[in-house]
Design a binder for this molecule. Structure first.
Ligand SMILES: *Cc1c(COP(=O)(O)O)cnc(C)c1O
Length: 405
């Protein structure tokens, strides 16, 4: 085993060496500008870009012409929400999204509220993290111009019923955007079957390079139009100007191709490893709670709360394993995850949560080591916890009268 172990694959993934290999010729040797229409250097770059566009499109069942390259999913989310609002403002001023969306969607929606006077409905989720299609239907008004719901959550891995939500959007004639960053490449994604009109995803979560993402923009039934955020040379059919980063695009394409080929075996292998990790921890420790949906969940995700243990202390105790806690370090304060709060997880258990994100390069040996170390550190931290001791002695902590100083 090579330390530190990496179990934070929802934050980013290491690049697959086969992706790097595909990219390398496009830095020095094949350096052309894909927009240079009048010489061989440009043609070569353009061909590489168009090949990658096909590889992306294949993975999500789209037409290559419906792919717009961006700098990442954050930009794609911004372009989808702001681009639709700008273009369809006359039709209405209401958008619908969910409380557990990624910050790239939530902060964009907030900005549209404060700067553009858009009304936003933030749908709740159930205790497993699912958005209810019925809630989507009921939130729709005659002023609604966009629904934006994520495919799979980046903290808890819960997979939303996109097909049902897509059906409702279609029926009501409202555009559906989906942040599918965590789902693409990990589970089957089909923009036709799911009725998705706009979809964000990014290379660095699927073993590709950082700094390149895409927005799928439906071309027919309906033909979706978005206002650009960046003006310039009219690249990407006018939706996103700027010289294309050919090596990154080639890497993104290769990453998609590998995901398509390996998803059937990889998702089974990761789910097995994840289930073993979950069972290993839960069998050995009491008061351990699963966050998210027990089955409708990404195959490589595990999010659990260890009662009476601070997530941050746990991470400090196992520095040789890269994990993520449910407390977001925002400048001075340590706030519990808004995703877990939206599920109704109490503040204490939210602070006690740990996210395990398995990936292509993790091994069974690493999972065994992780199970052993997590059991050790949780046991040790609980032994040091007066609260845990009191709870073990049968004191009802909710009714304790704490002395105030
Ligand atoms: C990582 C992530 C993003 C942001 O992607 P970048 O390419 O890093 O900008 C957006 N949405 C979700 C759900 C993510 O997991």
């Amino acid at each position: 085993m090579k330390f530190p172990l990496y179990l934070d694959n929802h934050a980013t993934t290491p690049m697959d060496p086969r992706v790097l290999e595909a990219m390398l010729p496009y830095f020095v040797e094949k350096f052309g500008n894909a927009a240079s229409r009048n010489h061989a250097f440009g043609w070569e770059a353009e061909e590489a870009v168009e090949n990658a566009r096909k590889q992306l499109a294949r993975l999500i069942h789209a037409d290559p012409k419906e792919i717009v390259f961006t700098s990442g999913a954050t930009e794609s989310d911004n372009l989808a929400l702001k681009g639709v609002v700008e273009m369809y403002r006359e039709k209405g001023d209401h958008i619908i999204t969910g409380l557990t969306e990624h910050r790239a969607v939530l902060d964009t929606a907030k900005a549209l509220e404060t700067k553009r006077g858009i009304k936003v409905t933030y749908l709740p989720v159930d205790k497993t993290g699912l958005v209810s299609p019925d809630d989507v239907r009921q939130a729709i008004t005659d002023k609604t111009i966009l629904i934006s719901i994520m495919l799979a959550n980046n903290e808890i891995g819960t997979i939303n019923p996109m097909k049902e939500i897509g059906k409702i959007a279609k029926e009501k004639g409202i555009l559906l955007h989906c942040d599918a960053t965590q789902g693409v490449g990990k589970i089957p994604v089909d923009v036709q079957e799911m009725g998705i009109d706009l979809m964000s995803f990014t290379a660095h979560k699927i073993y590709g390079p950082k700094g390149i993402g895409a927005l799928y923009v439906r071309k027919k039934a309906p033909r979706v139009r978005i206002a650009p955020m960046i003006d310039g040379g009219g690249h990407e059919r006018g939706m996103r100007s700027g010289t294309l980063p050919v090596p990154l695009i080639v890497g993104f394409g290769k990453a998609c191709e590998l995901c398509e080929q390996e998803m059937p075996t990889e998702s089974v292998r990761l789910a097995k490893m994840r289930d073993r990790l979950q069972a290993g921890i839960m069998k050995a420790l009491e008061e351990v709670y699963l966050n998210g949906h027990p089955t409708q969940r990404l195959p490589h995700n595990l999010n659990i709360s260890f009662a009476y243990v601070e997530g941050e202390s746990l991470l400090m105790g196992v520095k040789e394993i890269a994990l993520s806690s449910g407390s977001a370090c925002t400048s001075a304060t340590l706030e519990p995850s808004y995703v877990l709060r939206a599920l109704g997880v109490g503040s204490d258990l939210a602070h006690s949560s740990i996210r395990f994100g398995l990936g292509r390069f993790n091994t069974d040996e690493e999972i065994d080591y992780t199970i052993k170390r997590i059991i050790e550190i949780v046991t040790k931290l609980r032994e040091m916890s007066p609260l845990y001791e009191m709870a073990k002695e049968g004191v009802d902590l909710k009714n304790v009268q704490w002395a105030t100083h």
